[in-house]
Design a binder for this molecule. Structure first.
Ligand code: NAP
Length: 292
């Protein structure tokens, strides 16, 4: 079993990005600038946004964090987005999801200028991704592709089962892995909550991407020997033995699945750090595309 070490791979990637930033500096060019908008005080969202700001510091990007109160109106948030769209200094920005219930997320995603949409959520980027055109790939699927590539995991002709069809993970992952690309050319099955006999399907899989948000859902009995496992799930599970009162659990029951796996991502330290690294990569791309 080989551990797909997202923490180490993300660190390597960030180092490569930091070198690119140093080069840009030497050439007297613009330094990438990422802005993040956080509405409210959701604990997990604050953790993610802080990690993104910290990653910017590490690679040498400029970053701006815009914190807005929970009761921010949709109109006010749309105004903030318009300001960021028009701010020439900002290369890319994200609006941390989920948003408070009174704000229409789709309206917000649609308001972001696609050229600054480093999350890759705007329909223009989703459309371009589907057509295999240059775009911003959503960070989590982009990170998974990068991890598979860097560990030389063979995907061509393999049976890939993706559990989950969300717009940010499962759906894009299924499109990308079926395309003609290095970590692609796979035969992809997308499973979801209406899928019948999931175990029969996962037992046929050479590669499984578990992205359903149900802690330790995929067990050893559901996978064949030699499988490659990508565990996207991150759920806070109550754990009184921990100081913070919870632990982070993936969608895979690691103890029973790992012994049967050729490759497997741990949680934490797998897909999570890659997601942040790919956001940095997209911001660098946004800056370079603007300059060219
Ligand atoms: P989501 O929007 O809640 O989607 C979950 C998907 O799983 C849905 O398509 C749902 O089916 C499917 N599903 C639910 N129960 C199922 C079951 N019993 N069998 C088969 N399919 C089932 O979730 P998401 O945003 O994609 O996130 C999934 C997990 O990944 C969460 O734990 C999230 O925290 C984590 N995540 C991690 C990262 C990272 O950087 N590591 C990034 C994003 C998300 P239906 O469509 O039929 O409802």
């Amino acid at each position: 079993m080989i551990l797909l070490d997202g923490k180490k791979t993300a660190a390597d990637l960030k180092q490569e990005i930091a070198l690119s930033v140093q080069k840009l500096k030497k050439q007297g060019k613009k330094i990438p600038h990422l802005a993040a908008v956080l509405v409210g005080e959701n604990g997990a969202s604050m953790t993610y946004v802080n990690a993104k700001v910290k990653a910017c510091e590490l690679v040498g990007f400029k970053s701006t964090l815009i914190k807005l109160p929970e009761d921010t109106t949709e109109e006010k948030l749309l105004q903030e987005i318009e300001t960021l769209n028009n701010n020439k200094n900002v290369d890319g920005f994200i609006v941390q999801l989920p948003l408070p219930k009174h704000i229409n997320e789709q309206k917000i995603v649609m308001a972001v200028n696609p050229d600054k949409d480093v999350d890759g959520f705007h329909p223009v980027n989703v459309g371009k991704m589907t057509l295999d055109l240059p775009c911003f790939l959503p960070a989590t699927p982009f990170g998974i592709l990068e991890l598979l590539e860097r560990y030389n995991v063979e995907t061509s002709g393999k049976n890939v089962v993706i559990i989950g069809r969300s717009h940010i993970v499962g759906r894009p992952m299924s499109i990308l892995m079926s395309q003609k690309r290095t970590a692609g050319n796979a035969t992809v099955t997308v499973a979801h909550s209406r899928t019948k006999n999931l175990k029969e399907i996962t037992l046929q899989a050479d590669i499984i991407v578990a992205a359903l948000g149900k802690p330790e859902f995929l067990t050893g009995a559901m996978v064949k020997n030699g499988v490659t496992i990508i565990d996207v799930g991150i759920t806070r599970v109550e754990d009184t033995t921990k100081k913070r009162g919870y632990r982070l659990a993936g969608d895979v029951h690691f103890e029973s699945v790992a012994p049967k796996s050729a490759f497997i991502t741990p949680v934490p330290g797998g897909v999570g750090p890659m997601t942040i690294a790919m956001l940095m990569k997209n911001t660098l791309l946004a800056c370079e595309r603007k300059e060219n």
